[in-house]
Ligand binder design. Sequence first.
Ligand SMILES: NC(=O)c1ccc[n+]([C@@H]2O[C@H](COP(=O)([O-])OP(=O)(O)OC[C@H]3O[C@@H](n4cnc5c(N)ncnc54)[C@H](OP(=O)(O)O)[C@@H]3O)[C@@H](O)[C@H]2O)c1
Length: 197
Amino acid sequence: MSNSDRVVLALGGAGTVGSGIVKALLDKGFKVAVISRDNSRLERLKSFVSPKTKDNLTTIVGNVGSEEGAEEAKQALLKEVGKVTDIVSSLGFSWWQGGPPHTQSLKDLNWVTETLLFSTFVSWKAFFPLVRDDSSRTYTFITGGAGEKLLMPGTGFLTIGAASTLAFCQVLREEYPEVPCKLNQVRLRWDYTARLK
Ligand SMILES: NC(=O)c1ccc[n+]([C@@H]2O[C@H](COP(=O)([O-])OP(=O)(O)OC[C@H]3O[C@@H](n4cnc5c(N)ncnc54)[C@H](OP(=O)(O)O)[C@@H]3O)[C@@H](O)[C@H]2O)c1
């Protein structure tokens, strides 16, 4: 299948990591769809991508972090683009350094888990059936190095959230070894010591 026949759903595509992925995919000739809760982020994304590729970008306002929101967004998406051949999931947040655990509340931990893990799970459950049974289709999770160690003091809840997403990806790989769709996981690792200098 050529790139122009593929339709990529970029979950988190209006975010820092996602918008770079969206731009690169459009530049390579893919059609790309992005769902965001915030229309102004979608407008910013439209002005960020290469002008000549704009017609291949579909944007939808929706919340893929709730079960109802994800289902609604899926229906709107299928109405707009007809099919999805690839999904890239980079949901979450860029950085969290709220302090060591004893200074944090349950509300903080809930927010971290909801934003990183719950949205990844809920959207996977809603959108995976679109690609699951076809060996030419893919589902890719973007994860980070924060899930493997404490990046620096005060980033503990980021580690907890990122580690839970990593664990979720591992569970999927082991629970669905025979699934025709290709399940990928890309780990982004920056040198965070640079931030200390
Ligand atoms: N930035 C980095 O340096 C870096 C490095 C390594 C790994 N990562 C990983 O990459 C992922 C994304 O990071 P980022 O820097 O791109 O973060 P970001 O700029 O904050 O973007 C995150 C995206 O996730 C979406 N999102 C979050 N919660 C959601 C929810 N409940 N429902 C629907 N959408 C939700 C946001 O959607 P809306 O548009 O609706 O707000 C946003 O587009 C994270 O898992 C992070 O750990 C980032």
